[in-house]
Write a protein that binds this ligand. Structure first.
Ligand SMILES: Cc1ncc(COP(=O)(O)O)c(C=O)c1O
Length: 379
């Protein structure tokens, strides 16, 4: 090394998401929970799953929880429990993760898309009204990025039409709408425990929560080969069961969830304060009466791709959730949509960028991200 050149500490990468700090903090509790399950050798649908079903449904403000193998399975099983079959239509937002649509398609049903509100990024209620048809068997509202959809008018439409309203609550566990938690705002709600979610397992997992004892009973059969009693099946179901190890880990994490949520909200407030007034940047909105849980902190920027590149060059991770609305996906080419069909979703898909966000994200890192965005805006 040349002694005359002062050494500069290399710039530390700021990942968009990082679970290692969480594991450092709660690793002991997690390992004890896993050991408890291994010692019992009860590995699938046992006491841990039953306890998690009770604890998480109570957290959401409903009476029943049914553990399944993933958030996608939760959607598929919920749709079937609500009697969605081949040829039926299910109305969903076009700006969502593909699983919302592919769960509908997996049953041979047809997703019918609706546009989103450009402010909240959630279902545009007026467009739902326009696109609902007599063939619509259910509506799925996605609570994107941690903010609840506008559930009161959506429930009104669903009620008028006599169709159930499903919450895709993969991203907004703990969020509230007019004082009530997501998971309790429709007929039934589907939760994902994919590791990156606000309540993430050490692998795949999911849960359906509902206030209906009838749906609970049907779902318990559907997740276990349609068995009404041991080895007697009354309908075609699935193998979609939750493992005891995942349930035990999730029970540990559920106890920390309120603190993690507060930390996410604190981080979001810090970002919003630092980015307020930065030219060309729009920070996420939180309408009155909503509590956002910031699964993602998503800004909008007309020069989004250039901004993402600029941040990447400064070792700051960012992700686009999601760059292509479902109606333009090759998967749904057969539905015959074209660019321009859902103008809000298409526009925001070109502008949104999710910044680093996790509970342990330090203030100093948030400041570095905000400073880089400010520098980009000035340049
Ligand atoms: C909005 C949305 N719906 C459904 C899913 C599917 O969940 P999973 O990955 O657990 O199948 C996810 C997450 O991946 C999601 O973000």
């Amino acid at each position: 090394m040349n002694p005359r050149v002062p050494s500069v500490a290399p710039l530390e990468a700021i990942h968009q998401f990082d679970l290692t700090l969480q594991y450092e903090a709660i690793g002991g509790e997690v390992r004890r929970a896993v050991e408890r399950v291994l010692a019992s050798q009860q590995l699938v649908l046992g006491q841990e799953v039953l306890a998690l079903e009770k604890e998480l449904s109570t957290f959401c403000g409903v009476t029943h929880g049914i553990g399944v193998a993933s958030g996608t399975d939760a959607l598929i099983l919920a749709l079937r429990a609500l009697n969605v079959y081949a040829g039926d239509e299910v109305l969903i937002p076009t700006l969502t993760f593909v699983a919302t649509g592919s769960a509908v398609s997996a049953l041979g049903a047809r997703p019918v898309f609706a546009d989103v509100d450009p402010g909240t990024l959630n279902l545009d209620v007026a467009d739902v009204r326009r696109r609902i048809t007599p063939k619509t068997k259910a509506v799925i509202a996605v609570h994107l990025h941690g903010l609840a959809a506008d559930m009161d008018p959506l429930n009104e439409i669903a009620k008028e039409r006599g169709v159930p309203l499903i919450e895709d609550n993969a991203q907004a566990i703990g969020a509230t709408y007019k004082g009530r938690r997501t998971g309790s705002l429709g007929s039934i709600a589907c939760i994902s425990f994919y590791p990156t979610k606000n309540l993430g397992a050490a692998g795949d997992g999911g849960m359906i929560v509902t206030g209906s004892a009838d749906l609970d009973a049907r779902l318990r059969m559907l997740r276990n080969h349609g068995q009404a009693s041991r080895y007697i099946s009354t309908e075609c179901g699935w193998n979609s069961r939750l493992d005891e190890i995942q349930a035990a880990i999730l029970r540990v994490k559920l106890r920390h969830l309120p603190d993690w949520q507060t930390a996410r909200q604190r981080n979001a407030a810090k970002y919003s304060k630092l980015l307020a007034g930065v030219d060309g940047i729009r920070t996420p909105i939180v309408p009155d009466g909503y509590e956002h849980v910031f699964h993602q902190y998503t800004i909008r920027c007309d020069r989004r791709d250039a901004l993402q590149k600029f941040l990447g060059e400064r070792k700051i991770g960012s992700t686009i959730y999601y760059p292509m609305p479902l109606h333009l996906q090759p998967l749904y080419r057969d539905l015959g949509h074209k660019p321009g069909d859902f103008p809000n979703a298409e526009r925001v898909a070109g502008e949104i960028l999710s910044l680093p966000m996790y509970p342990e994200l330090s203030e100093e890192r948030i400041e570095r991200v905000a400073a880089a965005i400010t520098e980009f805006s000035r340049g």
